[in-house]
Ligand binder design. Sequence first.
Ligand code: NAD
Length: 461
Amino acid sequence: MSVSSASSSACSNAEEVRRALNTCFHSGKTRALTWRKQQLEQLNKLLTENEQAIFDALKDDLGKSQTEAWLGEFGFLQSDIAHTLSNLEKWAAPRKVATPLVAQPGKSYLQAEPLGVVLIIGAWNYPLQLLLAPLVAALAAGNCVLLKPSELAAATSSLIAQLVPQYLDREAIQVIEGGKDETSDLLTQNWDHIFYTGGEQVGKIVMRAAAEHLTPVTLELGGKSPCVVDCKTDLSTTAKRIVWGKWMNAGQTCIAPDYILVEQSFKDELILALKKVLQQQYGDSPLTNDDYGKIINQRHFERLKNYLHKAHVIHGGNADAQKIKIEPTIVEVSDETHPLLQEEIFGPILPIIAVTDLNEAIEYINQRPKPLALYLFTQRKDFEQKILQQTSAGNVCINDTLMFMSNPDLPFGGVGSSGMGNYHGKAGFDTFSHLKSIMKRSFKFDVPVRYAPFKKWKLAI
Ligand code: NAD
């Protein structure tokens, strides 16, 4: 385990780190808005002063191009910080609510207070953003934080562990690197909140451990996100946007379209359009194209390659074992029990599933666990309304993919097995806050009817 804190009393295990953070929290310094703003400004400085090192680490871990690294991680975080800084005072201010007649004269309001010491566990696919965006929210809300980056994105994890103590308050924010053993150790501790991003199985482990201490959790999980394409759509823009959202980060995006549902009669036209756009965006040789990312590690590379057994490859399908890259691949699968149709793909393979009509598409979606994201391409309002009313998903984007992430006013999170809780913008601030209900009464009037003895009042009635 490597603990990153430049303080001379650097702690050596999970319990000591948690205790040290607890002591810091109880000093009260993280509650001050000035402290919170200063930390957010420092986090921004960490990014801007280390831009190239960050791009290099992301290239190392995932072969991310600078444009993708900027879009999905660096730029995302910078605008998240800017948005948080410009709204922080408003979010932290008392939130007045109405007071009923029986409690008059008086006033009622909610006051956001920090939860305390929170644990943030990140995933490997957007290893910077998925760790630091929750950090932005946790700091804005005035918490002390322990960060646990994903060990699978080793270069980014190590860079974060090196930079965080250089820029942020070392007493209030610490980093512990490591994998299963270190995370298990951390999960034995009594945190005030656990924010976990990753797969469903570990999500259950996190929730079980949290239950021991009645610790609230936010679980940002995954699942199979459907993409429904209606024949009444702008086909060339639809294809461009599907290709962009599916093959960014070589398909290793929790909200990437996992599979396409399309009417049988429109399927061939859609496939043709997707192939054309793939050629335009990644050229004839995506495996040698620097704009196209690699698979995170050998294990996932093998997992994805195995998916291609017994699948009918319509496009792509080649792989480079040395570079651990797999071409953007489109498949058709006839066997309903094939893992491509059962498991979250989380890679550059896109199954196309033909349905007879919209009703069958809705039935297909509803027979499966609630997805993290649902995409719909259509120019028909009734089609749109039917999908919205008859299916459930954490987030929906109509006529585009991934773009809802660009709006900090849209809370991001799953539903059912795709997760619980949400964040981004004010939703993130609220996730890491307790909204304390406060009523203040006046001494001016006092209605005696509520006090004992009650008998005489009954008689009066
Ligand atoms: P991962 O392997 O990075 O694991 C996530 C975290 O759990 C890591 O920090 C890891 O150290 C820890 N961990 C792993 N095994 C553990 C164990 N046995 N006990 C305790 N901790 C353990 O990530 P992953 O699970 O491979 O991520 C992929 C999944 O995450 C996909 O399902 C994807 O959809 C989902 N995801 C969701 C979001 C979101 O925002 N909702 C974002 C990214 C990824």
